[in-house]
Write a protein that binds this ligand. Structure first.
Ligand code: B12
Length: 219
């Protein structure tokens, strides 16, 4: 059944079939399907929407519609997702989508997953200037900073943000680990940006944060 739901969701998102997708998500959640698998299937659909946009088959309205559908999916899946992920790590994570970028659905998923695992999260929102990350890092003293961004034009502001964070007074002795996250990222971007880690999956992001905290506690 899981496979059938997966392909229905993937196709449904790609076809912007809002009613069909939401009905499938409700049915899947009631039947006890893993909510993380539901989100992952929708994520695959989003990638297809992105490709269709690139190929000129969808206009901007297609991206907007897909974003709306995924938001509604997230609302339905949120309680089950939080319950399925519940853990008890502790640590503070500062999150935000970098300057020039307003994509925030992936960041919302990361936030749910982190909170469900016991992390305290501060989310600075979208289109966040580098200086705002640095100011909040000074004031709140997070253990980890997560920068989200999906556009290629986000790489430069990510780099500038990391540069400012590395200039914070305590950075020479104990720099705050920075994770960059988003579907279009890879190791090459991480090197360009100067971040410590990169990630394109919320659950891997949580595992990464858990490992960072565990390593710090050991050290
Ligand atoms: C929905 C969408 C939109 C919506 C966003 C709604 C919203 N509130 O977020 C709207 C319509 C607003 C939009 C606007 C635009 N978009 Co758009 N959009 C998309 C689309 C289809 C899906 C994005 C999405 O939500 N994916 C689903 C989520 C769950 O995936 P995710 O973000 O990758 O997040 C996961 C992981 O990466 C990870 N993660 C994410 N962040 C973080 C952070 C940390 C710390 C960690 C650990 C993990 C992590 O966890 C998440 C869950 O696993 C993508 C296509 C694609 N391939 O992604 C294009 C895409 C990103 N958009 C694109 C473009 C071009 C635009 C516009 C410029 C279009 C325009 N002409 O105006 C504008 C830009 C506006 C701006 N300044 O940011 C391009 C970017 C191309 C590029 N390489 O630069 C893409 C790739 C489409 C394409 N193929 O052309 N978009």
């Amino acid at each position: 059944m899981q496979d059938e739901i997966r392909s229905t969701l993937r196709r449904g998102i790609a076809d912007l079939d809002e009613d069909g997708v939401l009905a499938t998500v409700r049915a899947g959640i009631s039947a006890g399907v893993d909510p993380a698998a539901i989100i992952a299937a929708c994520d695959e659909g989003m990638r297809l929407v992105g490709e269709q946009y690139e190929q000129g088959e969808y206009y901007l309205s297609g991206l907007i519609m897909a974003g709306e559908i995924l938001r509604e999916v997230l609302e339905i899946a949120r309680p089950a997702l939080a319950a399925s992920l519940a853990g008890n790590a502790s640590g503070r994570v500062l999150l935000g989508t970098v300057k020039g970028d307003i994509h925030d659905i992936g960041k919302a998923i990361v936030q749910i997953a982190l909170r469900a695992n016991g992390f305290a999260v501060k989310d600075l929102g979208v289109d966040v200037p580098p200086q705002a990350f640095a100011d909040k890092a000074m004031a709140w003293r997070p253990d980890i900073i997560g920068l989200s961004g999906l556009m290629t034009t986000a790489y430069e502001p990510m780099r500038e943000t990391v540069r400012l964070l590395r200039e914070l007074p305590e950075s020479t002795t104990s720099p705050i680990p920075v994770i960059i996250g988003g579907g279009t990222l890879n190791e090459q971007v991480r090197v360009f940006v100067g971040a410590d880690y990169w990630c394109n999956n919320a659950l891997e992001g949580v595992r990464l944060c858990q490992q960072i905290i565990a390593g710090r506690d050991r050290g």
